[in-house]
Write a protein that binds this ligand. Structure first.
Ligand SMILES: NC(=O)c1ccc[n+]([C@@H]2O[C@H](COP(=O)([O-])OP(=O)(O)OC[C@H]3O[C@@H](n4cnc5c(N)ncnc54)[C@H](OP(=O)(O)O)[C@@H]3O)[C@@H](O)[C@H]2O)c1
Length: 188
C-alpha cells in the first residue's frame, strides 16, 4: 500500500508560505500572538508522521533556526544538486534526488506509512503527481503581496473535501482537506 502523504502548513491569506527571499518573519510574528500551550494541532499531527520530506529551500531555512526542530524524526531532503547535511544531523537527515513517486514507493517498501511533505515547490510537485492525500492549511491573517506560493500550475483541476475547519480566537483559520483521488474532468 502507498504511504499516506500529508501537508501541514501555514500561509498568508494571499497564499504565500514565505516572502520572495524565503523569510518567514511574518509567520514568526503571528505565532508570537498565539497563547502559550496552543500549537494549532501540530504536535498531534507530527506524532503520526514517520518521515518528513522537504525541499532543499525548506531544509536550508530550518538550518538557520536556533535548534533543529525535528528531533529524531527521519527527514528526507529533496535536491537535484545535493546539499550538505551537518554532521550532527547525519543520523536522521538524508538527501535524495528521487522523483516524488520513486521516493514514496521506496519509503512505503521500508514500512513507512505516513509522510509529511513540506516546502512550496515540493508540495506542488507531489500534488501534480497525485501523491497528496490530506492538507491542513492554516491561514494567517496577513497579506504579503508577494512571496513563494503554496500552490502552482496544475494539468487538471483537483477536487478537495473539507474534513474540518477551525477558527482560532487569535485570528488563524485552519482547514483540513482530503484531496480526492479521482481526477477531475480534463479542462476543455
Ligand atoms: N509557511 C510555512 O508553514 C512554511 C513551511 C515550510 C517552508 N516554508 C518556506 O518555504 C520556503 C521554501 O519553499 P520553496 O517553494 O522555495 O521550496 P522547497 O520545496 O522547500 O524547495 C525546493 C527545492 O527542493 C528541491 N527539489 C528536489 N526535488 C524536488 C521536487 N520533486 N519537487 C520540488 N522541489 C524539489 C529543488 O532543489 P535543488 O535546486 O537542489 O534541486 C528545489 O529547488 C522556505 O524559504 C520557507 O521559508 C514555509
Amino acid at each position: 500500500m502507498r504511504a499516506k502523504c500529508s501537508v501541514f502548513i501555514a500561509t498568508s491569506l494571499d497564499g504565500y508560505i514565505s516572502r520572495p527571499d524565503g523569510s518567514i518573519d511574518w509567520l514568526n510574528e503571528a505565532n508570537a500572538s498565539v497563547p502559550e500551550g496552543e500549537d494549532c494541532g501540530y504536535g498531534a499531527f507530527i506524532r503520526t508522521v514517520d518521515v518528513l520530506v522537504m525541499g532543499r529551500n525548506t531544509f536550508e531555512l530550518a538550518l538557520t533556526f536556533d535548534a533543529w526542530p525535528y528531533e529524531s524524526l527521519q527527514v528526507v531532503v529533496l535536491s537535484s544538486h545535493g546539499v550538505a547535511v551537518p554532521e550532527g544531523l547525519a543520523q536522521t537527515v538524508s538527501v535524495s534526488s528521487e522523483s516524488p513517486a520513486q521516493l514514496v514507493a521506496r519509503l512505503a517498501a521500508l514500512g513507512r506509512k505516513h509522510l509529511y511533505v513540506d516546502g512550496g515547490k515540493t508540495i506542488q510537485s507531489f500534488l501534480a503527481d497525485d501523491l497528496v492525500d490530506e492538507m491542513t492549511i492554516t491561514l494567517i491573517p496577513v497579506l504579503l503581496g508577494a512571496g513563494r506560493p503554496l500552490f502552482g500550475p496544475l494539468q487538471a483541476d483537483k477536487r478537495l473535501s473539507l474534513l474540518a475547519s477551525r477558527a482560532f480566537e487569535f485570528g488563524f483559520v485552519q482547514n483540513r482537506y482530503r484531496v480526492e483521488a479521482k481526477p477531475a474532468e480534463p479542462r476543455r
